[in-house]
Design a protein around this ligand. Structure first.
Ligand code: C6P
Length: 404
């Protein structure tokens, strides 16, 4: 059960006014808000133990190192990785994907095939296109249907012994569709391909078990999980992380450096060159603690209730069309009203204190599929309320009247 009043009291920003109106924050798929526990952990770090990690013998450096490594273990436990060194702390999902995509440069050969889905965020398209340019590998796409679901028969047809890698998101950021990743992973493994799952949008709602999924790589961003921006994770199976070359060279990622030859550090440090976002990493751990305390089953049940309520209420607005109608979706609703431009709707309701995202949501191929320039996207978190959904609906009705 969600104790909504108690939870909302943890988020100072929810008391803010925007344009003179109480903030109604419905842009959670872009970034989640930050509870006081996470804010305090950043303040505590800089107030009490700020120091560089893995370097000093002095007490503060050791305290900071311990706190950072504790955070890695929290991430390991959360995702159920077998070993803590299979968790690379990164700057976010985009960074994590680029580490893997760049690493595959030395593995792929000309005419090898890699498979992406039609439902991807640009972060899970562009790095792989760049990989194809470097290697001569060929990018294939699993198509989608009107409901915003992947056509799994087409996926079966794309798989062959030429397939080396499959990368799909767990949940679509633009439509909220939950993809059948268990099936995707199993089928890819049957032809010997590795799989990367982009968990940026699933992690706020679903607790993944990377061992049970048997996935090769899983990536996510802290800022969608009530954590800070500029921090994220890359889970990789040990065998894969050992196979991939380092992404960046620098301090921390070496064993020994001479001008003749450098040898690299063991995992995870091989992929963690330079001073990381230490406070951010520690706060990521605090954010996971916070969300686990509420419980992901409670979060999913409550957000589902919000999704059902919002879908019903929104469809009462004449001319409103929802994009992404899969039965299996998270609390994201993308929509347009008649031919009104989403940007105009977003701007008007912003004046009423309501924050939604408008545009192509960094997923232009999805917008091209529907032949639209973009949508209005309302995305709900466990700290939102039905009252806020009612305010959204009222605001949309006003916007519609003004813009029709
Ligand atoms: N989507 C959205 O409004 P970063 O920016 O690296 O933390 O995450 C990138 C990313 C990758 N994959 C998916 C599925 C995503 O949704 C995102 C971020 C935000 O939808 C900001 S563009």
């Amino acid at each position: 059960m969600i104790d909504i009043d108690k939870i909302r009291a943890d988020f100072p920003i929810l008391n803010e006014k925007v344009n003179g109106k109480p903030l109604v924050y419905l842009d959670n798929a872009a970034t989640s808000q930050t509870p006081i526990q996470v804010i305090n952990s950043i303040v505590d770090y800089y107030s009490k133990i700020n120091s560089n990690i893995h370097r000093g013998v002095h007490t503060l450096s050791q305290k900071a190192t311990d706190a950072y490594e504790q955070a890695r273990i929290k991430v390991q436990k959360h995702f159920n990785a077998k070993n803590n060194y299979e968790i690379i702390l990164t700057a976010g999902t985009t960074h994590s994907i680029n580490i893997v995509a760049t690493g595959f440069t030395s593995i792929l050969k000309k005419d090898d095939e890699i498979i992406v889905s039609a439902l991807e965020h640009h972060s899970n398209i562009v790095p792989w296109q760049m990989l194809c340019e470097r290697t001569g590998a060929i990018l294939k796409v699993i198509p989608m249907n009107e409901e915003g679901e992947l056509l799994m028969n087409e996926y079966n047809n794309l798989l062959s012994e030429k397939t080396k890698l499959v990368f799909v998101n767990h949940v679509s950021n633009a439509l909220g569709t939950i993809n059948p990743i268990e099936e995707i992973i199993k089928k890819a493994h049957n032809v010997g391909a590795a799989v990367l799952i982009d968990g940026a949008q699933s992690c706020p709602h679903i607790k993944p078990d990377v061992q049970k999924l048997d996935v090769d790589f899983y990536v996510a961003s802290a800022h969608k999980l009530c954590g800070p921006t500029g921090v994220g994770m890359l889970y990789g199976k040990e065998e894969w992380l050992n196979k991939l070359p380092p992404y960046q060279g620098g301090g921390e990622m070496i064993k020994e450096v001479t001008f003749e030859k450098t040898t690299y550090a063991d995992l995870p440090h091989k992929f963690e060159a330079g001073t990381p976002n230490i406070a951010g990493g520690i706060a990521f751990g605090t954010a996971l603690d916070y969300m686990n305390e509420i419980g992901f089953n409670n979060i999913a049940a409550y957000e589902n209730e919000l999704l059902t309520y919002a879908t019903t209420k929104l469809l009462e607005i004449e001319g409103l069309k929802i994009y992404g109608t899969s039965k299996n979706k998270t609390s994201v609703i993308s929509f347009n009203i008649g031919s009104i431009h989403p940007y105009d709707i977003g701007s008007i309701i912003d004046k009423l204190g309501i924050a939604v995202r408008t545009g192509h949501h960094c997923a232009q191929p999805i917008m091209d599929f529907y032949k639209i320039p973009g949508t209005v996207r309302a995305s709900f978190s466990f700290y939102n309320t039905k009252k806020e959904i009612e305010l959204l609906v009222e605001a949309l009705k006003r916007a519609k009247t003004m813009l029709s």
